[in-house]
Design a protein around this ligand. Structure first.
Ligand SMILES: Nc1nc2c(c(=O)[nH]1)N[C@H]1C(S)=C(S)[C@@H](COP(=O)(O)OP(=O)(O)OC[C@H]3O[C@@H](n4cnc5c(N)ncnc54)[C@H](O)[C@@H]3O)O[C@H]1N2
Ligand code: MOO
Length: 591
């Protein structure tokens, strides 16, 4: 939504509507014993702050309710205080000073799972719908949420004026002439203590995959920094910039096999040879040369290196090859890095390449966070890892390979278990496993009778970060943070769904725990994106075409991993994608 005004004398005559926001944040919720409901924390922040974050698009915002310190927005109170939401909207609109062509978002502050996508959906529906004067949010049950709406300012003013008085009016009294309803994300409100408890248990959702990754990145706490031997810290992240302890090269060295020479040629060739690793005692006087190997330190007195290809030697006299253009093949001390050169910034993953670069700079130990130690768990009474299958049993298709997939994200699997579908088993799982940073659990994410994860997380008072995602497969993905900081990732049980969601979201856990800067995403053009796309993101295996595009496999089955065999990557096909859409690619581990 643009907000620019036409500039004076400009030939640009198009104007974009300005967006204002009214957040109703009355105190003393009667159905909750008079407590300050907007200040209740759900999903790690006050519901009022969630509302404020959701209207980031607004040019100006007014919060209607009792004055609260520390709020950047304008604050007003309805007159008289406690006279209901319509009076609150009237007070808010009066304070905003809107023009008829503006748009006004009206938001309650008891909607713990709304976000900018919610308000974008409302504003989008209002703009797109011919003749609509307001867009009213509806939740998944089809219930209209008047306090989750976007209005044309003129229509809102008219609706208020149509009332004798806004005082003590029910919300439905404030009715637009031509409303459009739109199912928006996060429309479930909290009116009772039970609603709050349910919201805290079910968690936010449905979220897009990007929102889910962001929720994990911001909701999982970083590990404490530690001093670690880099070569033993693969998967960790630098907590401070890594500086070279020595110059690279650390002395003037030869870049080629050839001759160290002193002064201009021709040169008298000495018998001495300077192999790599030798610092010997001989030196060169002007007009002298000695054989030198690639990587060897230059002898004292040497001014340059002449490589073999440009050299001729006759009767112990060295000269440059006629008609050649020789260059000095010396690598000078500090030419690549002086002492103290920054090798890599904080947030860089400790990879084999970084360990190697650090050792070039004489660094062995650094301040790091991580690596993320993971307890990997499969669940399900029917799942059998070893031995013959009895009736009703299913072969464990993940236990033997999960570690490998976990490793590919940068995390380190340290323990591995299978647990039964019992409440006790899940409670024990969350209580135990205290010497890891994250627990990755396959299965039990659904709401079925045997699916224990969500209730166990609630009993453990976990902070739910992701309750559901808008993707296929894997919609029942769960992410949470336990009170002691350990992250829990609950992967949907079908093996393909489990691995697809693991590869998309476990990297975000690693980012959060270790402070790793999010990895640059890889992208590719998916030739058949419109044929395989649906209303939500699809995670599909892809193969490459000779022209560099990718083709997605629409028929992938979720009950096993056969769809990944021989495939180099997964693609995240966004909803409504057209053919040749550029999609995010997630490489599959090479083995
Ligand atoms: N009423 C509904 N039921 C289900 C829905 C739904 O939307 N409504 N979604 C289905 C989908 S899709 C998935 S995925 C699962 C997710 O539920 P859970 O995470 O609770 O998964 P489980 O029920 O524990 O297992 C699902 C499926 O996967 C098999 N499984 C689990 N672990 C393994 C393993 N290690 N090796 C092989 N197979 C495994 C398990 O036997 C089940 O068949 O919910 C659906 N139901
Ligand atoms: O969505 Mo389930 O997560 O397809 O296999």
């Amino acid at each position: 939504m643009g907000t620019s005004e036409p500039s004076c004398g400009s030939i640009v005559t198009m104007t974009f509507p300005r967006v204002f926001a009214i957040i109703l944040a009355g105190g003393a919720a009667t159905r909750m014993g008079g407590i300050d409901k907007p200040a209740l924390i759900v999903g790690g922040r006050r519901m009022l702050d969630t509302a404020l974050a959701a209207i980031a698009v607004a040019d100006r915002t007014v919060v209607v309710g009792p004055h609260r310190d520390g709020i950047a927005a304008l604050q007003v109170q309805e007159d008289p205080p406690g006279s209901g939401p319509v009076a609150g909207i009237a007070a808010g609109l009066a304070a905003l000073g809107t023009r008829p062509t503006d748009r006004v978002l009206v938001l309650a502050s008891d909607l713990p799972w709304i976000g900018t996508r919610t308000t974008e959906d409302l504003l989008g529906a209002l703009e797109r719908t011919e003749g609509a004067d307001a867009a009213l949010g509806i939740d998944e049950t089809g219930r209209v949420q008047y306090l989750l709406s976007a209005w044309r300012a003129e229509a809102l003013a008219d609706a208020l004026e149509a009332l004798d008085s806004p005082v003590n009016q029910p919300m439905r009294a404030l009715h637009p002439q031509h409303p459009v309803t739109v199912e928006v994300a996060g429309a479930t409100d909290c009116d009772t203590p039970e609603d709050i408890e349910r919201a805290r248990t079910v968690g936010p959702g449905p979220l897009t995959l990007d929102e889910a990754r962001e929720a994990v990145r911001t909701g999982v706490a970083a590990l404490e920094p530690r001093e670690g031997v880099l070569a033993e810290s693969l998967g960790a992240t630098l907590a401070r910039t890594l500086h070279s302890a020595d110059a690279v090269p650390r002395a003037d060295v030869s870049a080629m096999d050839g001759y160290a020479v002193a002064g201009p040629g021709p040169w008298h060739l000495l018998d001495e040879v300077r192999p790599a690793g030798d610092t010997g005692t001989f030196s060169l006087a002007a007009g002298e040369a000695a054989r030198i190997a690639t990587g060897a330190h230059l002898p004292a007195g040497a001014t340059a290196v002449l490589r073999d290809e440009f050299a001729v030697v006759e009767a112990r006299v060295l000269a440059t090859l006629p008609d050649s253009s020789p260059r000095d093949d010396t690598r000078r001390r500090g030419e690549d890095w002086p002492v103290g050169h920054p090798i890599a910034p904080a947030g860089t993953a400790v990879t084999s390449a970084l360990v190697s670069a650090a050792s070039s700079g004489e660094i062995r130990i650094a301040t790091v966070r991580g690596p993320v130690r993971v307890h990997v768990v499969t669940t399900g009474d029917e799942i059998r890892r070893d031995g013959p299958l009895r009736p009703g049993q299913t072969r464990d298709a993940l236990g033997p390979v999960l570690d490998r997939f976990v490793t590919s994200t940068g995390a380190v699997p340290v323990t591995n278990a299978h647990i039964r579908d019992t409440a006790d088993g899940f409670d024990e799982l969350l209580r135990g496993a205290t010497d890891v940073d994250a627990i990755v659990i396959v299965g039990a994410t659904g709401g079925g009778a045997a699916d224990q994860l969500r209730s166990a997380l609630a009993r453990a008072r976990a902070h739910m970060l992701v309750g559901r995602v808008l993707c296929r497969p894997g919609g029942s993905l769960v992410a949470a943070a336990l009170p002691d900081g350990r992250a829990v990732l609950g992967l949907p049980g079908n093996p393909y769904a489990a691995i697809a969601t693991l590869l998309v979201t476990l990297p975000a856990v690693v980012d959060a725990c270790t402070g790793r800067a999010p990895q640059p995403r890889l992208h590719g053009r998916v030739a058949n994106a419109s044929e395989v796309g649906t209303d939500r993101t699809r995670i599909l295996p892809v193969t490459s075409l000779p022209d560099g595009r990718w083709i997605a496999d629409p028929g992938v089955r979720t009950a096993h991993l056969a769809g990944l065999v021989g495939r180099p990557a997964l693609a995240l096909i966004p909803p409504g994608a057209v053919n040749d859409t550029v999609a995010e690619l997630i490489p599959l581990p090479a083995w």
